[in-house]
Design a protein around this ligand. Structure first.
Ligand code: ATP
Length: 389
């Protein structure tokens, strides 16, 4: 059997890793491909903000699982203490597969540094080296090293003709805190990174929009897009963080399409405390469950989640961002009702007066429809009326 071995730090695994491995799988006719994340790489330090090894293992499984076939992610190096020397790993693999051809896969950088590896001559004697490019234009460097390794050490090398994706894990780690990196990572891996707040990551806005859309009733997507636009404008007007306003607006209705039963199930799952009025009203619950999902599943900031939490009822002592999301939801461009123009004008002139007007209109509407308003809305009105004198 022809077995490919591909080791790395995979911190995090990216599309460059996976596409190179997929090319090797297809082109070299491998019958098994073993991906091996290392504990401590011998040739470099782990990044300071690296997640625990188990997290790299999870991400590596998600990323390479997409290749399909007999691809397996092994924890043999993670189970070993100290630096992860390839020579030790190959000895373990050899015991499992004594009679098979082993092809040790690597990118150009690793191939060119091979002579600095522990026991590299032994490695070259026991396995075939499989090399792929990390970026375009590396063919000459690869063939020069291949010829030299062959002449000097008798190494056998096969080259994989891959279309390289020129990216590195360190570039991605640097981009994640600035809401970047998503384009270079498998979607499941990106979701994992965001969910666990790895590498100081903050969610990419396009990714958030897609996730929100997947959860929304299609009829609401226009409203949510309008709410985002309005929230950003209001944030600029009132000197608030535009990014927080944007992420709150994108996610504010993420659980709106769910019925009461499902809302209650989420409250139980996430230990959300509810009162008796909320427990009978999916509309009231969606702001609580939405805030929780935005935080736990989509890495939305605490201040934005608080704004999602209060966007339906309001409350006393609202922050400016909370008022912005409440109002953006109310006055975004696709809305139409009597008094809208006045409310829009006030939202940009006197945000507390706009809140008071919005809450009073909404309470009147509820009374007309025989719905008892939530206590938080009444508290908000009292608080705002006092502020407005
Ligand atoms: P870092 O930026 O943290 O140094 P990295 O992106 O180089 O990480 P590693 O996990 O160190 O990734 O690399 C593991 C293996 O994958 C190495 O053999 C490396 O040459 C190869 N590799 C890394 N990036 C690419 C890429 N974009 N295309 C092809 N191979 C790659």
């Amino acid at each position: 059997m022809k077995i490919g071995i591909f080791g790395g730090t995979f911190d995090p695994p990216h599309l460059g890793h996976v596409s190179a491995a997929a090319a090797a799988w297809a082109e070299l006719g491998l019958e098994r491909l073993i991906i091996i994340p290392n504990t401590v790489p011998p040739h470099k330090e782990l990044a300071e903000n690296s997640p625990p090894p188990e997290a790299r293992l999870d991400m590596t499984r998600a990323a390479f699982g997409k290749i399909g076939g007999a691809v397996e992610v092994s924890d043999i190096e993670l189970k070993r203490d100290g630096k992860s020397y390839t020579v030790d790993t190959l000895a373990e693999i050899r015991e499992l597969y004594p009679h098979d051809e082993i092809i040790l896969l690597m990118g150009t950088d690793m191939f060119l540094s091979l002579e600095s590896w522990r026991s590299f001559e032994e490695i070259m004697k026991t396995v075939t080296l499989g090399v792929f490019k990390r970026s375009d234009g590396q063919e000459d460097a690869i063939s020069e090293a291949r010829d030299r390794f062959s002449a000097k050490y008798g190494a056998k090398t096969v080259t994989v003709k891959n279309d390289p994706i020129d990216v590195s894990s360190s570039e991605i780690r640097a981009a994640l805190p600035d809401r970047g990196g998503a384009a270079w990572i498998d979607g499941e891996v990106y979701g994992y990174i965001i969910r666990h707040s790895l590498y100081g990551s903050k969610p990419d806005f396009d990714w958030l929009r897609v996730k929100a859309c997947e959860m929304l009733d299609p009829k609401r997507t226009r409203h949510v897009a309008g709410c985002e636009m309005e929230a950003v404008k209001l944030a600029r007007r009132w000197g608030e963080d535009e990014s927080a306003a944007r992420e709150a607006a994108i996610m504010h209705d993420c659980t709106k399409s769910l019925g009461l039963e499902e809302q209650l199930r989420l409250c139980e799952k996430y230990d959300i405390i509810t009162d008796s009025v909320e427990r009978g009203d999916a509309k009231l619950l969606h702001s609580k469950t939405g805030a929780c999902i935005a935080k736990c599943e989509f890495g939305v900031s605490d201040e934005a989640c608080a704004a999602i939490r209060w966007h339906t009822t309001g409350k006393a002592d609202m922050s400016t961002l909370e008022k912005i999301i409440y109002l953006a939801d109310y006055i975004e461009p696709s809305r139409a009702f009597d008094g809208l123009e006045e409310l829009r004008r006030l939202a940009y002139e006197d945000i507390d007066a706009a809140m008071l007007m919005g809450l009073q209109m909404s309470l009147e509407d509820m009374r007309d429809r025989g719905i008892v308003p939530h206590k938080n809305s009444k508290d908000a009105i009292k608080w705002l009326a006092k502020r407005e004198g």
